[in-house]
Write a protein that binds this ligand. Structure first.
Ligand code: MG
Length: 264
């Protein structure tokens, strides 16, 4: 069932979103060679709780962390651990927060030290694909308009688009209907939802340097690229309003924020 949120509910959802926006500022300051993904997880959890929120992921289907921490060829669902980040790594944090009964969900890929030009371009393209998808979030457009915008960016730049994992509706549940794929398919076109005011969705392109194929590690969580090449992931929670998209998980005064930048 698809739920449409009232103005009042969207206001409440903003609370979780704004905590996540601040988490990304925190993580941007923390990420450096030598820090472990477990240390980042602990700091983020502490911060979320200090803001009056609860990490949505911790215990979700038994997931052990407050964040998903995925490095290089890890696409999504990496488990925080004593792994140290190294110069040249691409570190992806995916994080959910629930506050006042509503979830927010977002992800960013961060460079650790100096990343290669290939990896920097991959991350920049994935961030731009998210922005393209968000721009399609207008009443009267369809889900396929979001998918087409994301897919066009990935294909245009020659990246593998992960199809097995998709975006989703979000609200009082972390994962609600509809699914929000990053590519256009016959099945999407068959049931192509018209976007309406009050729909709140998480859009989350995952692009790979190689093919879009995935496999899951023996820990039964970590999803990696089949060919071992690098993957990037960006996600925001977006509310559709009469005025267009409102990005819940970016600062209210920095909605057009460039969410990826590398100093060359
Ligand atoms: Mg998500």
């Amino acid at each position: 069932m698809i739920t449409y949120k009232s103005k009042r509910e969207i206001e409440r959802m903003r609370s979780a979103g704004q905590v996540i926006a601040k988490v990304f500022d925190l993580v941007g300051d923390l990420v450096r060679p030598g820090i472990t993904t477990g240390e980042i997880d602990a700091k983020v959890e502490e911060f979320i709780c200090s803001e009056g929120g609860t990490p949505s992921f911790k215990g979700y289907h038994g997931f052990p962390g407050s964040i998903c921490a995925s490095v290089n060829d890890e696409i999504v669902h990496g488990i925080p651990s004593d792994r140290e980040l190294a110069d040249g790594d691409l570190f992806t944090i995916d994080v959910g927060v629930i506050i006042r009964g509503y979830h927010g969900d977002a992800a960013r890929s961060f460079p650790v030290g100096a990343v290669s030009a290939d990896v920097a371009r991959l991350a920049a393209a994935t961030a731009e694909a998210l922005n393209d998808g968000i721009q399609a979030c207008r009443p009267g457009n369809r889900l396929s308009d979001i998918a087409r915008a994301v897919e066009a960016r990935g294909r245009g730049d020659g990246y593998g688009i992960v199809k097995q994992y998709v975006g989703h509706g979000i609200g009082t549940d972390l994962h609600e209907e509809p699914q929000v794929p990053n590519y256009v398919s016959d099945s999407l076109l068959k049931s192509d939802l018209v976007l309406k005011r009050g729909l709140v969705i998480a859009i989350e392109p995952m692009f790979n340097l190689g093919t879009g194929e995935t496999r899951t590690l023996d820990d039964e969580w970590t999803v990696v690229t089949k060919d071992g090449k690098c993957s990037a992931h960006f996600e925001d929670t977006v509310a559709i309003t009469d005025d267009g998209p409102e990005i819940m998980t970016r600062p209210i005064d920095r909605q057009d924020l460039r969410i990826w930048s590398v100093s060359a």
